[in-house]
Design a protein around this ligand. Structure first.
Ligand code: 13P
Ligand code: SF4
Length: 295
């Protein structure tokens, strides 16, 4: 069946992350970064949210919309970094640092969010940490984003040993090689990259931040240090500009195909299911973050 007809029939909205494949990006009603997607999820009046991204993003949408059906077209679309934080270890860390606030990156399970004081995304991590009265912050689970935040604050950031394999594999040498070939290009990287990569970049942004920056910049060329899927959107919205990707691929993000999207909309499956208790506890830190907004 035709996608538009299906959407109307089910009163569904399609939310897609900037790393999705081109067919999904074209099909999405809203395309964005983690924060933008959470904001869209909180505002929609659709009965069904089809989330084209990875598990933690769809879970966030469910927490914000417990009464709606939230569908993730393939439950194997997971973020390995989100699985790196476990409740047992987090409780241990809280005992070790009783005065610290727990800031969890949205790239965590709903269970971890439920144990956190506040969430953040890469678009507002610095602003979220600065907003807190605590002087010590347990930052879960991305150590690279935690190190990035540490550049902007005197607070003690207690790092969790998690990382994103996609961004960890973006090497400084790769970026410098691209810069040699395209000397006029601006270097944009994601704050999940390692510190040595961030050091040589012109800017570190969330994926939404990159989209906004490219639109406003006078530069015609950009080296993009994040998942390659975003280059489709950047080129589509800025056809006169050129983008050079490090070729990094997130296999979880690529699990969502157009066929799976249509099938999930037809069947309204697979659905995100969370217990009432987790939803209640995870909602507070997410909403606290949403009040702070974009950094
Ligand atoms: P953004 O919030 O910047 O889109 O990042 C999400 C993500 O998973 C980065 O790897
Ligand atoms: Fe997770 Fe990294 Fe993929 Fe983002 S790019 S979803 S952090 S594995």
């Amino acid at each position: 069946m035709n996608l538009d007809r299906l959407k109307k029939e089910k009163n569904a909205v399609i939310l897609g992350h900037n790393y999705q494949i081109p067919e999904i990006q074209d099909a999405a009603d809203f395309l964005g970064d983690s924060l933008g997607l959470a904001q869209s999820a909180s505002k929609t009046d659709a009965d069904v949210i089809v989330f084209c991204g990875v598990d933690f993003m769809a879970e966030t949408a469910k927490v914000l919309n417990p009464d709606k059906i939230v569908v993730l077209p393939d439950l194997a679309a997971t973020c390995p970094m989100a699985a790196m934080a476990t409740p047992v270890l987090l409780k241990k860390m809280r005992d070790e640092y009783p005065d610290a606030a727990v800031v969890s990156y949205v790239n965590t399970t709903a269970e971890i969010k439920a144990l956190s004081d506040i969430c953040c995304t890469s678009a507002n991590a610095v602003k979220v940490v600065s907003s807190l009265p605590e002087k010590e912050i347990i930052f879960v689970p991305d150590m690279n984003l935690g190190k990035y935040v540490q550049r902007f604050t005197n607070k003690k950031i207690i790092l969790w040993p998690g990382y994103c394999y996609v961004h960890k594999n973006i090497k400084k040498e790769q970026i410098l090689e691209l810069k040699k070939i395209h000397p006029d290009a601006e270097i944009l990287v994601h704050p999940e990259c390692t510190p040595d990569v961030i050091d040589i970049a012109d800017f570190a942004y969330s994926t939404g931040g990159m989209v906004n920056h490219v639109k406003k910049s006078n530069s015609k060329e950009f080296i993009i240090g994040t998942e390659e899927g975003i280059c489709y959107r950047l080129k589509k919205e800025n056809p006169d500009k050129n983008f050079y990707s490090t070729g990094s691929v997130c296999s979880g993000m690529k699990k969502i195909t157009f066929e799976k999207l249509v099938k999930s909309l037809e069947n309204l499956k697979p659905r995100i299911k969370l217990s009432d208790k987790i939803i209640e506890d995870a909602k507070k830190p997410i909403q606290r973050m949403m009040k702070i907004g974009r950094g």
